[in-house]
Design a protein. Structure first.
Length: 289
């Protein structure tokens, strides 16, 4: 089977140079070794994703000269796949509902930090500080029946007991230069969210399910997702999914050294195109000339 690559943007804004770098790298790698390139639209966030952003993704990628296979997988059309994976994890006793709001979690973290620093995940967010795991089954059922909002979290300690000695094969490099066989440390992320009351999935869950269902064998993505690979490897093992090869690439940053955001008009592909910048020049701007 030929190797399978994918580019998976979210239609919650217009693409910028960072997206161009990742998309072009996937396209170039697939073409170089006779692989396939898939495009996946990660549109599970109904509050932020918009049809005109999705249309712009197709336009920008085509302008760059990138070709992909069709049909395109849109996550919002496959929620049943993620629900099935979540049910499998629940059957293993690894999922529990947590009912604190973001504001309540912030308050809990502040209270705990009165006694010293509270642990944070690799992205800098505080680990879940609540005690929802201590609620009885009846208490959980009553809260859910009352209509209370909740997030379904992974019991990280229990999950790590089921999957030990995790690692992945890094063909690129992490932010600190790590490459080769990298030990995975999913516990650094705490009890991550797998789904919410209104959405039966999360980024972590949907990405591993999609990659497996689509037969993705080569994952080429930015270094901002390097540490998240530990969570993805954990979920792959728990769900019995295949392990792809990972190649994390450097990020394109602004003049202040910050990672680009979709609000960066100076690096947006639509703005650059309107200013007369060519696809060949885009390649030079992202270091692929």
């Amino acid at each position: 089977m030929p190797p399978v690559f994918r580019f998976a943007p979210s239609p919650n804004g217009f693409l910028h140079l960072g997206h161009a770098c990742s998309a072009l790298l996937n396209f170039d790698c697939a073409r170089k070794i006779g692989g396939r390139l898939l495009l996946r639209i990660e549109d599970i966030d109904a509050t932020r994703c918009r049809p005109h952003y999705e249309t712009a993704i197709y336009e920008d990628l085509a302008w760059l000269g990138i070709a992909w296979e069709t049909p395109v997988r849109r996550q919002s059309e496959h929620l049943a796949d993620y629900r099935a994976a979540l049910e499998k994890l629940s059957a293993l006793g690894l999922v529990y509902p947590a009912f604190e709001s973001r504001a309540e979690i912030a308050t809990l973290v502040a209270a705990r930090e009165a006694d010293g620093p509270w642990p944070r995940d690799p992205d800098g967010a505080p680990l879940y500080p609540g005690e929802a795991k201590l609620l009885s089954a009846d208490e959980r059922a009553q809260l859910i029946a009352s209509g209370a909002p909740y997030a379904l979290r992974l019991d990280m300690a229990a999950a790590c007991r089921r999957a030990t000695g995790l690692s992945w094969n890094e063909l690129g490099a992490g932010p600190d230069g790590a490459r080769g066989i990298v030990p995975a440390q999913p516990e650094a992320w705490g009890d991550v969210i797998l789904a919410r009351k209104e959405t039966p999935t999360s980024y972590h869950l949907s990405v591993v399910v999609d990659d497996a269902l689509q037969g993705v064998s080569e994952i080429v993505r930015g270094q901002d997702l390097f540490y998240a690979t530990a969570v993805h490897r954990l979920l792959q093992v728990l769900l019995g999914l295949p392990e792809p090869a990972y190649r994390h690439h450097r990020l394109i940053r602004d003049e202040a050294g910050r990672k680009l955001s979709k609000s960066s008009r100076s690096t947006g592909l639509r703005e650059l195109r309107a200013a007369g910048v060519t696809p060949a020049a885009i390649r030079l701007l992202v270091g692929l000339g």
